[in-house]
Structures are given as structure tokens and as C-alpha cells.
Design a protein around this ligand. Structure first.
Ligand SMILES: NC(=O)C1=CN([C@@H]2O[C@H](COP(=O)(O)OP(=O)(O)OC[C@H]3O[C@@H](n4cnc5c(N)ncnc54)[C@H](O)[C@@H]3O)[C@@H](O)[C@H]2O)C=CC1
Ligand SMILES: Nc1nc(=O)c2c([nH]1)NC[C@@H]1CN(c3ccc(C(=O)N[C@@H](CCC(=O)O)C(=O)O)cc3)CN21
Length: 284
């Protein structure tokens, strides 16, 4: 008998911006309920939205509709200590116990605040104020685009873990060997917390271009070749992207990944397509 734990399966959703988007999201949440997620994460990537209303509002909806634990994203760069303290109190009253502590993307038109220059500063602050929260931090299999070296980036990740993260969630990636190297590098630095692999299926041409420019991911040549062949056929393109994500997940699980975190982009059809082909791999 193998005593190896099956990996966890978790999902990311984001606050909708229109009534039509909200309706689609609710369908997605109903779909997620049937996937028995270990948790669902709720982003805050749009600074135009009110955090309490958008992220905390959606956190409540997920709790009610999916019935699983929620992890909220909290961004350090534009948030003050006073705001974080208020948000932590709100999270406590909502029963949300998990936080992904990020610096977040910098907006060229907006000067970041001085309280939390890096994610580790936010994570340390939360742990000191409220140790019962479970914190996660972001990891970069390809290295963070702003980091001078991969080494520097790993040192910063180590700092986040020392500050109190009990899990690492990776940036999207398409090269599993890169992920395996990242895992080995983490282990060599005594980063022993579970590393959850962030998976974003490439379902459109726009997405293929975007993951490289915005997220610093590299598309390996075999994937490029497969996408190139269907470049002008959106339906076939989507099928290739889904196939690749399923292959990627299978291979990561075969290599003992701690968990898969699927970026759903709030699309029920994406969740359904991936889950139908991978459900047996995960803990229930
Ligand atoms: N993975 C995810 O789910 C999401 C990720 N993001 C990412 O958030 C990124 C930044 O957030 P985090 O990774 O949480 O930020 P971070 O603060 O850990 O790292 C940001 C950059 O600063 C560097 N850095 C970290 N600590 C440092 C220190 N003490 N001294 C000098 N440099 C240091 C890092 O190496 C990296 O280049 C964005 O660029 C974006 O990629 C944003 C939303 C969601
Ligand atoms: N640098 C960075 N910023 C992030 O916000 C971020 C990451 N990395 N990595 C992990 C996840 C992935 N995120 C993503 C991934 C894709 C889209 C995206 O393609 N959005 C579509 C709209 C989707 C829709 O509304 O259906 C877009 O065209 O912007 C958005 C956020 C957010 N997270």
C-alpha cells in the first residue's frame, strides 16, 4: 500500500465586473461545488474595485455556494497597515482563515505605499498580529521578471516562508521540467512547505501571447508547435490548450506534486473540461 497523500485540487476565481459576468461566475461556482475543492482563492487584481465589496463579498458567496474554505488574495503594494488590520478583522468575522500574501502587480501610474514594500513584509505583519491565519506566498518557477537572478528570487521566497507562509503557490508555467527544477531548488534551500502548481490553460491566441508578456512564462517548443498548427482555428486551439493542461496536470501528479491550483478565469466550461479528465487524481 502506498502511503503517499493524493494531491489537493484548488481553484481561483476573480470578482466579476458586470451582471452578465456575475451570472457566469455563479454557474462556475455551482460547477466547483461538484469538484470538492480543498479551497477556492479569490483575487483582488483590479484596484478600481472596493476590496471589501469585491473580494470579501465574493469570498462569502463562495463559502455559501461551494461550501469549501476560501483563500483571499491580499496585495501589499497599495495597502496600508491600517487597512490590513481592518481587513483581518473582517476576515475573522467572515470565518475566512487563509490568505495569499502578495506584493501584487505595480501600476505605473500609481505610487506604492510605504508600509509593505515586499510580500514578506505583509506576511510578517499578519503573522505577528494574527497568527491563526494560514498564509501562502507566490513562487516563480521561471524566476520573477523583476529579479536580477533566480538565486535572488529563491532567497526572497525563503524569506516569505520564514515570515510565516505554510504553502507556496506558483506563477503559471508550461514547462514541467522548470517546475521540477524549482521544487529541487526550494528543497535545497530547506523550503519544505507544500508547493502548489498554478495551472492556466491556454485557450485563446490572446492568452498564449499574454502569459509570456504579463506572467513571464515560457511556452516550450512542443506546445508552440501544437498551437501553431491550430493558430487560425479557435475551436481546435481551445482543444489543444485543454489537452496540454490535462497532460501537464497528469505529469505533475505522477511526479508527486503537492497540489494543483487551477486558474478558472470564472469559466465553468474550463472547469468542467479539466475536472472530467483529472478527477481521479485528487483527494476528495
Ligand atoms: N501567483 C499569483 O497568484 C499572483 C501573482 N501576482 C504577482 O505578484 C507579483 C509580486 O508579488 P509577490 O511575488 O508576492 O512579491 P514579492 O514581494 O515576493 O516579490 C516581488 C519582487 O520583489 C523581489 N523581492 C522580494 N523580496 C525582496 C526583498 N526583501 N528585497 C528585494 N527584493 C525583493 C522578488 O524577488 C520579486 O522580484 C507580481 O509581479 C505578480 O507576478 C499577482 C497576483 C496573483
Ligand atoms: N503578474 C500576475 N498578475 C496576476 O494578477 C496573476 C498572476 N501574475 N499569476 C497568477 C494569476 C493568473 N491571473 C490571471 C490570469 C489570466 C487572466 C486573463 O486572461 N484575463 C482575461 C479576462 C478573463 C475574463 O474576463 O474572462 C483578460 O483578457 O484580461 C487574468 C488573471 C491572475 N494572477
Amino acid at each position: 500500500m502506498s502511503s503517499i497523500q493524493p494531491p489537493t485540487l484548488s481553484f481561483e476565481v476573480f470578482p466579476p465586473q458586470s451582471p452578465a459576468d456575475r451570472a457566469a461566475l455563479l454557474t462556475t461556482l455551482d460547477q466547483l461545488r461538484g469538484c470538492h475543492p480543498a479551497f477556492v482563492s479569490v483575487t483582488y487584481t483590479n484596484h478600481q474595485l472596493d476590496y471589501e465589496q469585491a473580494t470579501l463579498g465574493l469570498a462569502q458567496t463562495v463559502q455559501a455556494r461551494v461550501g469549501c474554505p476560501v483563500m483571499v488574495h491580499l496585495l501589499a503594494a497599495y495597502t496600508s497597515k491600517t487597512q490590513v488590520s481592518r481587513i483581518l478583522a473582517d476576515l475573522e468575522s467572515l470565518g475566512v482563515t487563509q490568505i495569499l500574501g502578495l506584493r501584487g502587480d505595480l501600476d505605473p501610474g500609481q505610487t506604492p505605499g510605504a508600509d509593505f514594500p515586499h510580500a514578506s513584509d505583509l506576511i510578517r505583519f499578519i503573522k505577528a498580529r494574527n497568527p491563526q491565519f494560514r498564509l501562502a506566498g507566490a513562487g516563480y518557477p521561471a524566476g520573477h521578471p523583476e529579479s536580477p537572478t533566480r538565486e535572488a528570487d529563491l532567497a526572497h521566497l525563503q524569506e516569505k516562508v520564514a515570515a510565516g507562509c505554510d504553502r507556496v503557490m506558483t506563477q503559471v508555467f508550461y514547462d514541467n521540467q522548470q517546475f521540477d527544477r524549482f521544487r529541487a531548488d526550494c528543497a535545497a534551500r530547506d523550503i519544505t512547505v507544500p508547493i502548489l502548481a498554478g495551472i492556466l490553460p491556454i485557450l485563446s491566441r490572446q492568452q498564449a501571447l499574454r502569459v509570456e508578456t504579463d506572467f513571464g512564462a515560457r511556452l516550450p517548443q512542443p506546445l508552440r508547435t501544437r498551437l501553431d498548427r491550430v493558430w487560425d482555428d479557435p475551436v481546435a486551439f481551445r482543444a489543444v490548450g485543454l489537452d496540454y493542461a490535462v497532460e501537464q496536470i497528469n505529469d505533475l501528479v505522477a511526479h508527486g506534486v503537492a497540489g494543483i491550483h487551477l486558474f478558472t478565469l470564472n469559466q465553468a466550461s474550463t472547469v468542467a473540461a479539466i475536472y472530467a479528465r483529472t478527477a481521479a487524481l485528487f483527494e476528495k
